[in-house]
Design a protein around this ligand. Structure first.
Ligand code: ZN
Length: 201
């Protein structure tokens, strides 16, 4: 079959059921736990008019947030769509070196100027520590991960630390228009976290 101009020969890529990735034997695969993966997504055509959109986000925003399924950035930010902002997601929504890489490209090649950071309550990264996670991986694989999980114990503190990493990054030309938020998954409230005085280097 052909997807996006590329040819895929492996029959596991898209089985007859339409599931993108069929479950590995013995793995839980979806909310139903029946191996169906729930409502199976199917690769397909979107609109064919994406080329009409600008590569530059219309609002000039870059939003960094957690990959958590409950964080719906479009709804949280007043119904914005894909053309309005760059959305950079990772576990925790933390500002890692790779996040800085994306922000640097977003600002320098995508012309964004405002950075929004969104953490959320009940985040998985509140439930582990970096040493414990690294120890678990090491015990199970025999290898220490070269990265840290980026776990945190206090949402507001980590939002402030993440804002500080943006403000002090020498690679970001527009680093002072940064705001941080905590999304409460229980109430749906988005609360702003005020940053303390920070000094850019
Ligand atoms: Zn999270």
């Amino acid at each position: 079959m052909t997807i996006g101009g590329s040819s895929y020969d492996h029959e596991w890529w898209l089985p007859a059921s339409g599931a993108l990735f069929p479950p590995v034997d013995g793995e839980h695969a979806g909310p139903d736990g029946d191996g169906s993966g729930g409502a199976a997504p199917v690769l397909g055509h979107v609109s064919g008019r994406e080329s009409d959109l600008s590569r530059f986000p219309r609002l000039g925003w870059a939003i960094v947030t957690c990959m958590d399924t409950r964080v719906d950035i479009g709804r949280l930010f007043g119904g914005i769509g894909p053309a309005d902002a760059h959305v950079i997601r990772n576990a925790g929504g933390v500002v890692t070196d790779d996040t800085i890489r994306s922000l640097a490209i977003s600002q320098r090649l995508g012309n964004t100027s405002s950075v929004f950071l969104v953490h959320h309550t009940d985040c998985a990264l509140l439930t582990i520590t970096d040493p414990s996670f690294a120890r678990t991986l090491s015990q199970q694989t025999g290898q220490e991960p070269p990265w840290s999980a980026g776990a945190f114990a206090d949402l507001d503190d980590d939002v402030r630390a993440s804002m500080a990493r943006v403000v002090t990054s020498p690679f970001l030309p527009r680093r002072h228009a940064v705001r941080g938020f905590v999304f409460d998954v229980a109430t749906g409230n988005l609360r702003e976290v005020r940053r303390r005085e920070l000094t850019a280097h």
